[in-house]
Design a protein around this ligand. Structure first.
Ligand code: PXP
Length: 247
Protein backbone atom coordinates (compact mmCIF):
# COMPACT_ATOMS: atom_id res chain seq x y z
CA UNK A 1 0.00 0.00 0.00
CA UNK A 2 1.34 3.42 -0.95
CA UNK A 3 0.37 6.02 1.64
CA UNK A 4 -1.15 9.39 0.79
CA UNK A 5 -0.09 12.65 2.39
CA UNK A 6 -2.31 15.61 1.59
CA UNK A 7 -0.66 18.97 1.10
CA UNK A 8 -3.12 21.65 2.27
CA UNK A 9 -1.13 24.70 1.13
CA UNK A 10 -3.40 25.46 -1.80
CA UNK A 11 -6.41 25.66 0.51
CA UNK A 12 -4.52 28.25 2.58
CA UNK A 13 -3.64 30.08 -0.64
CA UNK A 14 -7.34 30.52 -1.46
CA UNK A 15 -8.02 31.79 2.05
CA UNK A 16 -5.13 34.26 1.90
CA UNK A 17 -6.37 35.54 -1.46
CA UNK A 18 -9.30 37.07 0.39
CA UNK A 19 -8.27 37.38 4.04
CA UNK A 20 -4.56 38.22 4.05
CA UNK A 21 -5.21 41.73 5.30
CA UNK A 22 -8.35 40.98 7.29
CA UNK A 23 -6.57 40.24 10.55
CA UNK A 24 -9.71 41.07 12.60
CA UNK A 25 -11.79 38.37 10.88
CA UNK A 26 -12.12 35.14 12.86
CA UNK A 27 -13.90 31.81 12.93
CA UNK A 28 -16.17 30.51 10.20
CA UNK A 29 -15.95 33.78 8.29
CA UNK A 30 -12.37 33.03 7.33
CA UNK A 31 -12.83 30.50 4.59
CA UNK A 32 -11.73 28.03 3.40
CA UNK A 33 -10.19 26.71 6.60
CA UNK A 34 -7.23 24.38 5.84
CA UNK A 35 -7.63 22.67 9.20
CA UNK A 36 -11.25 21.77 8.45
CA UNK A 37 -10.02 20.44 5.10
CA UNK A 38 -7.35 18.36 6.83
CA UNK A 39 -9.90 16.76 9.14
CA UNK A 40 -12.19 15.88 6.25
CA UNK A 41 -9.19 14.54 4.33
CA UNK A 42 -8.32 12.26 7.21
CA UNK A 43 -11.88 11.02 7.41
CA UNK A 44 -11.69 10.14 3.71
CA UNK A 45 -8.49 8.15 4.18
CA UNK A 46 -5.53 10.54 4.05
CA UNK A 47 -2.59 9.01 5.89
CA UNK A 48 -0.93 12.28 6.79
CA UNK A 49 -1.20 16.04 6.43
CA UNK A 50 1.54 18.22 4.99
CA UNK A 51 1.81 21.98 5.37
CA UNK A 52 4.60 24.26 4.18
CA UNK A 53 5.26 27.17 6.50
CA UNK A 54 7.14 29.43 4.16
CA UNK A 55 9.43 32.15 5.37
CA UNK A 56 7.26 34.72 3.58
CA UNK A 57 4.08 33.15 5.08
CA UNK A 58 2.43 33.42 1.69
CA UNK A 59 -0.15 30.71 2.39
CA UNK A 60 0.06 28.63 5.60
CA UNK A 61 0.30 30.76 8.75
CA UNK A 62 1.91 29.94 12.11
CA UNK A 63 -1.48 29.58 13.72
CA UNK A 64 -2.45 26.94 11.15
CA UNK A 65 0.37 24.57 12.02
CA UNK A 66 -0.37 24.80 15.74
CA UNK A 67 -4.06 24.16 15.11
CA UNK A 68 -3.13 21.22 12.86
CA UNK A 69 -0.78 19.84 15.47
CA UNK A 70 -3.61 19.87 18.03
CA UNK A 71 -6.40 18.66 15.78
CA UNK A 72 -5.29 16.01 13.33
CA UNK A 73 -5.34 12.32 14.14
CA UNK A 74 -2.76 11.17 11.59
CA UNK A 75 0.73 12.66 11.13
CA UNK A 76 1.78 16.23 10.62
CA UNK A 77 4.58 16.68 8.10
CA UNK A 78 5.96 20.21 8.28
CA UNK A 79 7.62 21.41 5.12
CA UNK A 80 10.18 24.07 5.88
CA UNK A 81 13.36 25.78 4.83
CA UNK A 82 16.63 24.80 6.41
CA UNK A 83 17.01 27.88 8.62
CA UNK A 84 17.68 28.39 12.34
CA UNK A 85 14.27 30.08 12.74
CA UNK A 86 12.43 27.09 11.27
CA UNK A 87 14.50 24.54 13.19
CA UNK A 88 13.60 26.34 16.45
CA UNK A 89 9.94 26.34 15.50
CA UNK A 90 9.96 22.64 14.55
CA UNK A 91 11.57 21.70 17.85
CA UNK A 92 8.75 23.52 19.67
CA UNK A 93 6.00 22.17 17.44
CA UNK A 94 7.27 18.60 17.36
CA UNK A 95 5.57 17.40 14.15
CA UNK A 96 5.95 13.72 13.27
CA UNK A 97 8.26 14.71 10.44
CA UNK A 98 9.76 17.68 8.67
CA UNK A 99 10.47 17.87 4.97
CA UNK A 100 13.34 20.20 4.15
CA UNK A 101 12.61 22.15 0.98
CA UNK A 102 14.54 24.92 -0.76
CA UNK A 103 13.23 28.45 -0.52
CA UNK A 104 16.09 30.70 -1.53
CA UNK A 105 17.74 30.55 -4.94
CA UNK A 106 21.10 29.28 -3.67
CA UNK A 107 19.49 26.18 -2.16
CA UNK A 108 17.76 25.08 -5.36
CA UNK A 109 19.11 22.63 -7.92
CA UNK A 110 18.32 23.20 -11.57
CA UNK A 111 15.32 20.88 -11.29
CA UNK A 112 14.02 22.48 -8.10
CA UNK A 113 14.92 20.04 -5.35
CA UNK A 114 16.98 20.91 -2.30
CA UNK A 115 20.66 21.04 -3.21
CA UNK A 116 21.98 18.92 -0.36
CA UNK A 117 25.40 18.67 -2.01
CA UNK A 118 25.76 22.45 -2.21
CA UNK A 119 24.37 23.04 1.29
CA UNK A 120 25.87 20.10 3.12
CA UNK A 121 26.66 21.78 6.45
CA UNK A 122 23.38 23.66 6.65
CA UNK A 123 21.38 20.50 5.96
CA UNK A 124 23.44 18.51 8.44
CA UNK A 125 22.65 20.97 11.25
CA UNK A 126 18.91 20.57 10.56
CA UNK A 127 19.03 16.78 10.27
CA UNK A 128 21.08 16.42 13.46
CA UNK A 129 18.69 18.66 15.41
CA UNK A 130 15.64 16.71 14.21
CA UNK A 131 17.23 13.31 14.81
CA UNK A 132 18.10 14.37 18.38
CA UNK A 133 14.47 15.42 18.94
CA UNK A 134 12.98 12.23 17.47
CA UNK A 135 11.47 14.06 14.49
CA UNK A 136 11.93 12.29 11.17
CA UNK A 137 13.55 14.36 8.44
CA UNK A 138 12.72 14.00 4.80
CA UNK A 139 14.84 15.76 2.17
CA UNK A 140 13.00 16.97 -0.91
CA UNK A 141 15.57 16.25 -3.60
CA UNK A 142 15.90 15.53 -7.29
CA UNK A 143 16.24 11.83 -8.15
CA UNK A 144 20.01 12.13 -8.62
CA UNK A 145 22.60 9.85 -7.08
CA UNK A 146 24.88 12.42 -5.41
CA UNK A 147 21.90 14.06 -3.65
CA UNK A 148 20.43 10.73 -2.60
CA UNK A 149 23.71 9.31 -1.33
CA UNK A 150 24.49 12.42 0.68
CA UNK A 151 20.99 12.42 2.19
CA UNK A 152 21.71 8.95 3.54
CA UNK A 153 25.22 9.89 4.67
CA UNK A 154 23.86 12.85 6.64
CA UNK A 155 21.50 10.54 8.51
CA UNK A 156 18.15 11.62 7.08
CA UNK A 157 15.80 8.64 7.33
CA UNK A 158 13.56 9.71 4.44
CA UNK A 159 13.78 11.39 1.06
CA UNK A 160 10.97 12.84 -1.00
CA UNK A 161 11.96 12.55 -4.64
CA UNK A 162 10.91 15.55 -6.71
CA UNK A 163 8.50 14.38 -9.40
CA UNK A 164 8.10 17.88 -10.91
CA UNK A 165 10.43 17.40 -13.89
CA UNK A 166 8.65 14.15 -14.75
CA UNK A 167 5.19 15.73 -14.35
CA UNK A 168 6.19 18.65 -16.58
CA UNK A 169 7.53 16.24 -19.22
CA UNK A 170 4.49 13.99 -19.09
CA UNK A 171 3.12 14.99 -22.49
CA UNK A 172 6.52 15.65 -24.04
CA UNK A 173 9.53 13.79 -25.44
CA UNK A 174 11.36 13.48 -22.14
CA UNK A 175 8.71 11.60 -20.21
CA UNK A 176 10.36 8.16 -20.47
CA UNK A 177 13.74 9.63 -19.60
CA UNK A 178 12.41 11.45 -16.53
CA UNK A 179 10.50 8.38 -15.43
CA UNK A 180 13.61 6.25 -15.71
CA UNK A 181 15.48 8.84 -13.65
CA UNK A 182 12.84 8.53 -10.95
CA UNK A 183 12.90 4.76 -11.12
CA UNK A 184 16.67 4.65 -10.67
CA UNK A 185 16.42 7.27 -7.92
CA UNK A 186 13.89 5.19 -5.97
CA UNK A 187 16.07 2.09 -6.28
CA UNK A 188 19.23 3.93 -5.21
CA UNK A 189 17.47 5.56 -2.23
CA UNK A 190 16.13 2.20 -1.14
CA UNK A 191 19.60 0.63 -1.46
CA UNK A 192 20.97 3.42 0.73
CA UNK A 193 18.45 2.46 3.43
CA UNK A 194 16.21 5.49 2.90
CA UNK A 195 12.43 5.47 3.05
CA UNK A 196 11.27 6.67 -0.35
CA UNK A 197 8.53 9.25 -0.71
CA UNK A 198 7.73 11.32 -3.79
CA UNK A 199 5.78 14.41 -4.67
CA UNK A 200 5.09 17.46 -6.79
CA UNK A 201 2.85 17.59 -9.82
CA UNK A 202 1.29 14.17 -9.26
CA UNK A 203 -2.25 14.08 -10.64
CA UNK A 204 -5.11 11.72 -11.49
CA UNK A 205 -3.56 10.91 -14.87
CA UNK A 206 0.14 10.44 -14.18
CA UNK A 207 -0.57 8.48 -10.99
CA UNK A 208 -1.12 5.39 -13.17
CA UNK A 209 2.61 5.44 -13.97
CA UNK A 210 3.95 7.05 -10.79
CA UNK A 211 2.45 4.32 -8.65
CA UNK A 212 4.63 1.71 -10.43
CA UNK A 213 7.85 3.29 -9.11
CA UNK A 214 9.68 0.82 -6.88
CA UNK A 215 9.81 1.07 -3.07
CA UNK A 216 7.33 3.94 -2.76
CA UNK A 217 6.24 4.56 0.82
CA UNK A 218 4.19 7.75 0.53
CA UNK A 219 3.13 10.29 -2.07
CA UNK A 220 2.52 13.91 -1.12
CA UNK A 221 -0.14 15.45 -3.28
CA UNK A 222 -1.72 18.89 -3.14
CA UNK A 223 -2.75 20.71 -6.27
CA UNK A 224 -4.61 17.99 -8.17
CA UNK A 225 -6.59 16.84 -5.14
CA UNK A 226 -7.55 20.34 -4.00
CA UNK A 227 -8.52 21.20 -7.59
CA UNK A 228 -10.73 18.15 -7.96
CA UNK A 229 -12.25 18.81 -4.55
CA UNK A 230 -13.66 22.11 -5.86
CA UNK A 231 -16.02 20.03 -8.00
CA UNK A 232 -16.47 16.78 -6.11
CA UNK A 233 -15.65 17.60 -2.50
CA UNK A 234 -12.48 16.57 -0.72
CA UNK A 235 -13.75 13.13 0.30
CA UNK A 236 -14.41 11.94 -3.26
CA UNK A 237 -11.15 13.50 -4.41
CA UNK A 238 -9.19 11.51 -1.86
CA UNK A 239 -11.06 8.24 -2.24
CA UNK A 240 -10.53 8.37 -6.02
CA UNK A 241 -6.82 9.18 -5.73
CA UNK A 242 -6.28 6.41 -3.20
CA UNK A 243 -8.04 3.95 -5.46
CA UNK A 244 -5.76 4.95 -8.35
CA UNK A 245 -2.66 4.72 -6.17
CA UNK A 246 -3.51 1.24 -4.96
CA UNK A 247 -5.87 -0.34 -7.49
N1 PXP B 1 6.01 17.81 -2.03
C1 PXP B 1 6.62 19.00 -1.78
C2 PXP B 1 7.95 18.96 -1.08
C3 PXP B 1 6.02 20.21 -2.10
O1 PXP B 1 6.64 21.38 -1.85
C4 PXP B 1 4.74 20.18 -2.71
C5 PXP B 1 4.01 21.44 -3.02
O2 PXP B 1 4.70 22.29 -3.80
C6 PXP B 1 4.15 18.95 -2.97
C7 PXP B 1 4.82 17.78 -2.61
C8 PXP B 1 2.82 18.85 -3.62
O3 PXP B 1 2.88 19.28 -4.94
P1 PXP B 1 1.53 19.45 -5.77
O4 PXP B 1 0.77 20.57 -5.12
O5 PXP B 1 1.99 19.76 -7.13
O6 PXP B 1 0.78 18.16 -5.65
Amino acid sequence: MILLGINIDHCATVREARYRDAVEAVGGAVEPDPIALALLAERAGADGITAHLREDRRHVQDRDIWRLRESIATRLNLEMACTPEMVKLALELKPASVCLVPESREEITTEGGLDVVGNREKVKVCVDAMNAAGIKTSLFIDPDEPQIELAAELGAPWVELHTGAYANAYFGDKRAQEFQRLRLGCARAHDCGLTVNAGHGINYVNIAEVRTLPHLHELNIGHSIISRALFTGIEEAIVTMKARMNP
